[in-house]
Design a protein around this ligand. Structure first.
Ligand code: ATP
Ligand code: MG
Length: 422
């Protein structure tokens, strides 16, 4: 029969006991570490549905963004309503606060889950990928900017990220953005025909995005273009410098006046974390202030700042290793004693929650079961057969030390042994 394959750009993640360097393992470890960092910062979890009304993203992410223009997974449901698999998390968070009428309060929230974008798949770029995000809501520009960078430094440290650099910029108020865009358009219009094809379209629709161009001709022309730093109030430039100085001991921070973000809703402070080790897809985290979004979606005036990070890209960069804990492969030699032997494993588990006890479920020879235990990198094998059950002894064999002899242990001693394992 013809086999059914997963969809292009959509991966299965399956953890592997044998290969700790496997991307799936690294993804799961990354998620675990991120959650503990968010808890350290006293941030609460929010979980929103994966499917939303398509209008939510059109009105927030923006009609001129790549995401809404080309990348949305939108469908008509059975009721002919247009629904979309979320491409990002922020819009749903704001929708949720407005719906629950808590958009007037302050919140520190984190989320983690799959996102969908119809893109050309390549290393670090998938059609279903995982993002974690943090949103600080109800806080004016000020301390929350520092908290964002502090969280990034902690992520870099805990995940042992390779060659991290944080790029920061300030887009000013809507008025600054408009004045700067006017000047940019005025400078670029006479050279319109020399710009890249994508950038010509952006000139009309979203000129700020031209700063993010990958086109070499446009890049050359931009060298002499007006800079946003000439339009920013002194206080914004000062803030960038203070942030850079505050965290420079922990992480390389560069002020980059051409940094703009792919989503339309950002104003004020924006940032991105990159690593040269990722190659073409060098950004693993991005964010910024989005004070206007809540009102734009029909809610209250709610100042807010947030960031989102790509779990797979973080996993590719991470050198973090799982905390080691002892693992036991529990081998029952004969199925005729399954019930009594399993009862022993069941009772042992409750003695020590830190370790793992993997009861081998398949039938087979002792030799094949020991081979399995070795393949799974177990530290010990505990072996029980009919004779052992009769005599109240079990066999314990250390697998990490190939030279060690197996030993017989009384059940009571095994209990002590298990209780003391770390
Ligand atoms: P890029 O410029 O790489 O397309 P982006 O600006 O579209 O990134 P954001 O919308 O800011 O990305 O999303 C935040 C993070 O999510 C990115 O920094 C990246 O780590 C991750 N990310 C975005 N798109 C993908 C994807 N298709 N596959 C895997 N990770 C992704
Ligand atoms: Mg993108």
């Amino acid at each position: 029969m013809e086999k059914i394959h997963s969809l292009t750009g959509m991966m299965d993640l399956i953890s592997s006991k044998a290969d700790k360097e496997d991307l799936s393992n690294k993804v799961f470890l990354t998620e675990k570490l991120l959650k503990s960092i968010f808890e350290n910062f006293s941030i609460s979890e929010i979980r929103t549905p994966a499917l939303e009304d398509t209008n939510l993203f059109k009105r927030s992410v923006g009609d001129t963004s790549d995401i809404v223009n080309k990348e949305l997974y939108s469908f008509l449901d059975k009721n002919k309503k247009s629904i979309t698999l979320r491409p990002e998390g922020t819009a749903s968070v704001i929708r949720s606060l407005i719906e629950k009428k808590i958009d007037g309060d302050t919140h520190k929230l984190w989320y983690l889950g799959p996102m969908w974008r119809y893109e050309r798949p390549q290393k670090g770029r998938y059609r279903q990928f995982y993002q974690a995000g943090v949103e600080m809501l109800g806080y004016e520009e000020g301390i929350s900017e520092f908290e964002m960078i502090s969280i990034i430094c902690e992520i870099n440290r805990e995940l042992r990220i390779e060659n991290p650099v944080i790029k920061i910029n300030h887009l000013g108020s809507n008025e600054t953005k408009k004045n700067f865009c006017d000047a940019l358009i005025k400078y670029l219009k006479p050279m319109k025909s020399d710009l890249g094809e994508k950038d010509i379209a952006r000139l009309e629709k979203n000129p700020l995005r031209i700063l993010d161009t990958k086109d070499p001709n446009t890049q050359k022309i931009l060298e002499k273009a007006p800079k946003i730093s000439n339009f920013l109030p002194e206080s914004s430039i000062k803030m960038l410098n203070v942030i850079k100085d505050t965290f420079s001991k922990d992480c390389e921070i560069n002020i980059d006046y051409s940094l703009v973000r792919g989503l339309d809703y950002y104003t004020g402070f924006v940032f991105e974390a990159v690593s040269s080790n990722l190659g073409a897809q060098d950004a693993y985290l991005g964010g910024g202030r989005y004070d206007g979004l809540c009102k734009q979606l029909g809610g209250k005036e709610l100042p807010a700042i947030g960031m989102a990070m790509g779990i797979e890209r973080l996993a590719l960069l991470s050198n973090a290793v799982e905390e080691t804990k002892s693992s036991i492969s529990f081998i029952i030699i004969s199925s005729t004693i399954a019930a009594n032997a399993y009862k022993i494993a069941h009772d042992l588990r409750s003695l020590n929650k830190k370790i793992s006890i993997d009861v081998q479920l398949s039938e087979g020879s002792l030799k094949s079961k020991l081979r399995r235990a070795n393949k799974d990198n177990a530290d010990y094998a505990v072996i029980i057969g009919e004779d052992e059950l009769e005599s109240g002894d079990v066999i314990v064999k250390s697998l990490s030390d190939q030279n060690s002899e197996q030993s017989n242990m009384k059940l009571n001693d095994l209990r002590d042994f298990i209780s003391n394992l770390k």
